[in-house]
Design a binder for this molecule. Sequence first.
Ligand code: FES
Length: 63
Amino acid sequence: MSTKQGTAPCKTGTCGTCETAVLGGSVDHRDSILTADEQAANDTMMICVSRAERGCGKLVLER
Ligand code: FES
């Protein structure tokens, strides 16, 4: 994953500044930054565009 430091948050899933650790649940990744393998690992998500996967009862994120 690449993150551009010092840039304003894009809110479109392209800069990586909002990357947040996923502690539990399944994510519907809608960003353009994480690779397919990173998305499949489900360890982090871009909270500006991604959301809980359909059927995921609870998505737990790091504060
Ligand atoms: S604010 Fe840029 S990826 Fe979320």
